[in-house]
Design a protein around this ligand. Structure first.
Ligand code: ARG
Length: 571
């Protein structure tokens, strides 16, 4: 089916273009009429004519089929009201469409670089954001038919591994593995760090261990593998707990690009881009300066001969373009790394590694704050453990279910609490514009009221409960879809707008657009349910309203699933 919006937008564009080539209106769902088109003003200005006159001319070119009325409002808005017949036909098509009207896009290969925690280090809330946002984007891209390559750019290389391996040796492999597998990664890391800072002999051992690791010493490599493998097992447990679609097969750690790093340096040297600065090999891409206006370097190889984070990112980018043949790359990484990534992209372009046709974007996000609006930390000042947050959310959700007297056996309650906790955490993260910081307030997040994940899940469960009560006593075929009540019409318009919500979220890599849509839809449903009796409605009206309930439930469940949030049948 062609979406309602697409159909209108196409006709409007044609009418605007007939007045002036290339003029394009902006269309949105509106309280005035069903849709409102904006753009007459700009067009009138560019033509030096009055908005009224231009509006009339646009309307004279507009294909009026399916439109009950077109009115000019204010300074150049067009209010479009659709015929009930057309809306009804669209709803019927949507009901018969498994994809709820969301069209499949042309096949594209989209690489999403997300999560990327560091080996032998606890995943922190920054990694939580990357994981949750990246996974939502992956789900949305897959839904519209794109081939998604998830890349977990795990930090598994670099100088800290000298001290980490030596610490592992000190502990003995077996107990080291135990302390890693129970997820006490931070203590492991800190203990290693402490020895490195306070014990000269240990520090020396760590330094020679780095050399051995880089030199490919077999025993050192074996010990390093233990750290990496144990960490990946731990990360996978966190992903399972969060219901995130990443698998160990998506891990392509920094170390996996080691064999490409020398080539990066050679090829950058050949292009003449690489210069020596303070003993390091750097590229100075144009347009990047520090506060004093001095050109900033992207350091590719440090003076101590080691390759840096940037060299690895350059190698990874090249491989993604050349070998994986991606059409699009999304880097879901915190805002503080914006400059690093921009410089990597700029250098890759200069070197000819990033062709115009590949869309490459830093999907940046802000920090997670505590309720005191400071960076989220525990009372002791250390960064908060992600698993601890989830556990706490599960506990709160379970309490809320008990408080609400939801009759469940223990096992079902545990499962439901987990689903609610995931929804609470993911929704809080996804529903604010990602560049902004958000406050991690468990009480609010887990609440069944307000703009929360559990509220959306509850709205869906309520719809399902109405449908359960109705049983088999109705059919979509019998629904006339006359949309006699305003609240029915408003709900219908909301339902029909799913395709644009998904498209908008994908175009901008802003999952919050889908959240805004879903919350609005839930509110439209509430208004409908308050105004229109469903089960007690007479005759065909009952079929129509039940059909609207069913479409609402399917739309909410689909939307939530694209965010990685489950829609339980009962709550
Ligand atoms: N491991 C890094 C960190 O914890 C994030 C890596 C992001 N991805 C990338 N391609 N640089 O900060």
């Amino acid at each position: 089916m062609i979406s309602t919006y697409a159909r209108l937008a196409e006709r409007l564009s044609a009418a605007f273009s007939a007045v002036s080539e290339g003029a394009d209106p902006v269309l949105r769902i509106s309280e005035h009429g069903d849709y409102q088109a904006n753009g007459v003003m700009a067009l009138a200005k560019s033509l030096g004519r009055s908005p009224r006159e231009v509006a009339a001319e646009v309307i004279s070119h507009l294909d009026l089929a399916d439109l009950a009325s077109v009115e000019v409002a204010g300074p150049g808005f067009l209010n479009l009201t659709l015929t009930p017949g057309f809306l009804g036909a669209q709803l019927r098509a949507m009901a018969l469409d498994e994809r709820l009207g969301v069209a499949l896009d042309s096949a594209r290969r989209v690489l999403i670089d997300y999560s990327a925690p560091n080996v032998a280090k606890e995943m922190h809330v920054g990694h939580l954001r990357s994981t949750v946002i990246g996974d939502a984007l992956a789900r949305m891209h897959r839904y519209v038919g794109h081939e998604v390559i998830a890349r977990n750019h795990v930090g598994d290389w670099g100088t800290p591994f000298g001290m980490l391996i030596e610490h592992l040796i000190d502990l003995g492999e077996e107990s080291a593995v135990t302390s890693l597998s129970i997820g006490d990664l931070d203590s492991f890391y800190k203990a290693a760090r402490h020895k490195f800072d306070t014990d000269e002999v240990f520090a020396d051992r760590a330094r020679s261990r780095v050399v051995a690791l880089q030199g490919g010493d077999a025993e050192t490599r074996r010990l390093w593998r233990i750290l990496v493998d144990e960490s990946v097992v731990y990360f996978s447990q966190v992903y399972d707990l969060l219901d995130v679609s990443l698998t160990p097969g998506d891990v392509a750690g920094e170390s996996s690009y080691n064999h490409l790093l020398a080539g990066v340096v050679d090829d950058l040297t050949a292009t003449g881009l690489l210069v020596e600065s303070d003993g390091a090999l750097c590229v100075f891409p144009e347009g990047f300066t520090n506060r004093d206006g001095e050109a900033l370097p992207l350091i590719v190889k440090k003076s101590d001969e080691g390759f840096g984070y940037a060299a690895t990112d350059l190698a990874a980018l090249r491989q993604r373009v050349d070998e994986l043949e991606v059409d699009e790359m999304l880097y879901v990484v915190g805002a503080p790394q914006a400059q690093h990534l921009e410089m990597v992209f700029a250098v890759a372009r200069l070197a000819g590694w990033l062709p115009e046709r590949v869309h490459c974007e830093h999907v940046a996000f802000g920090s997670v704050l505590g309720t005191d609006r400071k960076m989220l930390r525990t009372r002791a000042g250390v960064s908060v453990k992600l698993v601890g947050l989830l556990d706490e959310a599960i506990e709160r959700a379970s309490e809320a279910l008990i408080e609400r007297h939801v009759a469940l056996d223990d096992e079902s309650r545990d499962e439901l609490s987990l689903q609610i906790a995931r929804a609470a955490i993911k929704w809080a993260d996804l529903s604010t514009e990602r560049q902004r910081d958000y406050v991690f307030d468990l009480d609010r997040m887990v609440s069944f009221e307000g703009e929360t994940g559990p509220y959306l899940q509850y709205a869906h469960a309520r719809q399902r409960s109405i449908l359960r009560r109705a049983g088999e006593t109705w059919s979509i075929e019998a629904a006339p879809f006359v949309l006699a009540e305003d609240a029915e019409r408003d709900l219908a318009l909301g339902l029909l707008a799913l395709p644009e919500a998904v498209a908008g979220a994908l175009e901008t890599s802003h999952p919050h657009r889908l959240c805004t849509y879903l919350f609005d839809l839930a509110q439209r449903f509430t208004a409908f349910y308050e105004a229109c009796p469903v089960l007690a409605a007479p005759g065909a009206s009952r079929d129509e309203r039940l059909a609207l309930c069913e479409l609402s439930a399917r739309t909410l469940a689909t939307g939530l699933s694209l965010l990685g949030i489950a829609a339980p049948e009962r709550m």
